[in-house]
Design a protein around this ligand. Structure first.
Ligand code: SAH
Length: 352
């Protein structure tokens, strides 16, 4: 094993800090034994806090209409080939009922930025979910809104919000999004959400066009400042009907290494092994857990719309019912020596 690599991992693990040079070394130094040392260190940290518990979050992809035009995303406004859908309130509630039967304690409502779903409609849906499933957590992932809107969602009963910052570097941000969007506003949204009291998830795609190690380092610095409760990262995967259709996909290996680095830097953070990771590699989600991840987000959306919420090409689990996915995932988790937690899986510092 590379001596320098081991020294760096031990240092990062001990100090909970990483320099840009160290990050570069950890991402670029090849060799399976190095990698295994990193993964093992990250697993040990996760295990100390979470044992071998994995939290499941049931994902309801309730609309693929979107007013934004992010260059990487398959449901961008400008994609005329996307077959648009939105679930009715009844359908959304039905997904959550199904989720509870399957043992889920968290429902994540994710969608494009769809003007049909006004604040009033979102609040009403959140309230109804909380009425029917009072002990479950409701997470929203519906993009950039005003402080006032976020506050209303919170007051309606949503306590978690996922909003990947995508990249902390404003210039890089502007290469991934049209001029109407800004990195500054994205980051401001995250601070607003934190101030209101949400458990917040930020995150990035690994290997987006123009991304450098300097950017990833900036992302880490941003996360150290924001102190999110959750960090979602997955590889960038090209979608055929986007401006980035011919760009190479992000590296699974770098995603895994970065998951481990994040686990070392943020021992208590909730860290999903994402669907994109599972798409880029058939064993991606297992590998993610073995690199320090502790959350999985199986799909609860009705099968008839699953094939339409396509952020990238080749997305897995678009043909199966929620119940099938549930059995499959639980088996996968057990096969690698982990188990599904019964609790809601709030961040350990969040006393409710
Ligand atoms: N409208 C919501 C939800 C976006 S979809 C919002 O703005 O937050 C959730 C995440 O999927 C995005 O934040 C992005 O990081 C990721 N994603 C989008 N397109 C992708 C692609 N081509 N490859 C991998 N991940 C992608």
């Amino acid at each position: 094993m590379d001596k320098e690599f081991k020294l760096i991992i031990d240092d990062v693990n001990g100090t909970k800090q990483i320099s840009k040079d160290q990050l570069k070394y950890v991402l670029e130094c090849e060799g399976e034994d190095n990698e295994e040392y990193l993964f093992e260190a990250a697993r040990a940290v996760a295990e100390q806090i979470y044992r071998r518990d994995i939290y499941l979050r049931g994902l309801v992809e309730f609309t693929n209409y979107c007013k934004n035009d992010c260059y990487y995303c398959g449901i961008r406004h400008g994609n005329v080939n996307a077959k648009r859908y939105r679930l009715t309130e009844e359908e959304i509630l039905g997904c959550c009922d199904m989720g509870e039967t399957l043992g889920f304690k968290t429902f994540v409502l994710q969608g494009g930025e769809d003007p049909y779903f006004t604040d009033d409609r979102i609040c009403q849906i959140v309230q109804k979910i909380k009425e029917r499933h009072p002990s479950c957590a409701v997470t929203l992932s519906i993009g950039e809104k005003s402080y006032e809107s976020y506050k209303r969602f919170y007051d309606a009963g949503a306590t978690r919000y996922l909003l990947r910052h995508e990249t902390a570097d404003n210039e890089h941000y502007s290469l991934l999004h049209p001029a109407a969007m800004s990195g500054e506003n994205r980051k401001r949204c995250l601070y607003n959400l934190k101030e209101i009291g949400f458990q917040v998830g930020c995150g990035i795609m690994v290997g987006t066009p123009y991304q450098t190690i300097d950017h990833i380092y900036e992302d880490i610095v941003f996360m150290q400042e924001l102190k999110p409760q959750m960090i979602g990262i997955g590889p960038f995967i090209a979608h055929k009907d986007t401006p980035f259709c011919d760009e190479p996909n992000g590296s699974v290996n770098w995603t895994l290494r970065l998951l481990s680095v994040l686990r070392l830097l943020f021992p208590k953070v909730l860290l999903p092994a994402t669907t994109a990771l599972g798409t880029a590699d058939v064993m991606g989600r297992e590998k993610g857990i073995l690199a320090g991840a502790n959350v999985l987000m199986p799909n609860l959306s009705p099968v008839n719309v699953r094939g339409k919420y396509l952020l990238y090409d080749g997305k897995i689990c678009t043909g199966e019912e929620a119940a099938e996915c549930n059995v499959c995932l639980r088996n996968r988790i057990e096969r690698i020596g982990y188990h599904v937690a019964d609790s809601r899986g709030d961040h350990p510092d969040f006393v409710k």
